[in-house]
Design a protein around this ligand. Structure first.
Ligand SMILES: [Zn+2]
Length: 263
């Protein structure tokens, strides 16, 4: 099986206190940040973008520090969003599905349950609806009608060495992505674990619909990866420290994930 290259592109960040990252807070309440990423997976069997990030307007409304458009980040890796045929949406939260309009040629891979959740009864509750942008959900419904969404129900292989796996807890239909690389099976956890600490210390992130399923999800992520260090969390600034930039110009912007982490 041909290995894929995997890159994390950091496009935004937000300062926060560590107590906000765990149910029940954090006894060492320290200043930290929450980073925002999209991911690029490419190899002989295809090029896939995993999530599309949020745009400048959404960042301003929600007071996030927008660093660069995810499209600019992809361009730095020689990828034109218009040329992308396959986008995996781990879930429909605003920071994962904004900018889908920058991918006019893409099919979007989504779990059945995520669309049901984002258009169903729970969206009448602000706690659940808060992280969705109504216009983006509607936009994705339009893509369904246009035949541009491929739905999955649980585990599915999209190409040799690349598969999606539904992980409950954060939303109803989040999916993680498992990729075959030169260091073995790598898992992009997305928000199944925002930080390394959530899954490694067993402390759930507070944006959650089912704590028990989130806990089960961490075990599933570890099962899917060749080694625990190859589970990559969705928002941890440590990702930028543990992995290297592919070139000096990309320092602080892109890291390559199909390597052994430095720490
Ligand atoms: Zn997120």
């Amino acid at each position: 099986m041909e290995p894929y290259e995997v890159y994390a592109i950091r496009y935004a960040t937000m300062a926060r206190r560590s107590a906000e990252n765990f149910i029940g807070g954090d006894p060492h309440d320290i200043a930290t940040s929450l980073d925002y990423f999209v991911w690029l997976v490419r190899g002989a069997n295809g090029t896939f973008v995993v999530d599309t990030g949020f745009n400048r307007d959404a960042g301003r409304r929600r007071k996030r520090e927008f660093l660069r458009s995810p499209a600019e980040g992809l361009a730095l890796l020689g990828v034109d969003p218009a040329s992308i045929g396959q986008v995996v949406l781990t879930h429909l939260h605003y920071d994962h599905v904004g900018n889908f309009d920058l991918f006019p040629g893409a099919t979007f891979h989504l779990q059945d349950l995520e669309m049901q959740f984002a258009t169903g009864r729970y969206m009448a509750n602000a706690n659940f609806a808060y992280a969705y942008e109504l216009e983006e959900v509607i936009g994705m419904v339009r893509n369904v009608y246009a035949g541009r969404v491929t739905f999955h129900d649980g585990d599915a292989e999209l190409a040799p060495g690349l598969s999606v796996h539904r992980i409950g807890g954060h939303t109803l239909g989040l999916q993680a992505v498992r990729v075959w690389t030169r260091v073995g099976w790598l898992v992009l956890a997305s928000d199944a674990s925002h930080y390394y600490a959530n899954m490694e210390q067993g402390r759930p992130f507070p944006i959650v619909i089912d704590v028990a399923k989130m806990v089960d999800g961490w075990r599933r992520l570890r099962e899917l990866a060749s080694a625990p260090q190859h589970v990559v969390p969705g928002h941890d600034p440590l990702v930028m420290q543990r992995y290297r930039a592919p070139s000096a110009e990309l320092e602080g912007i892109v890291v390559r994930l199909d390597e052994e982490p430095r720490i």
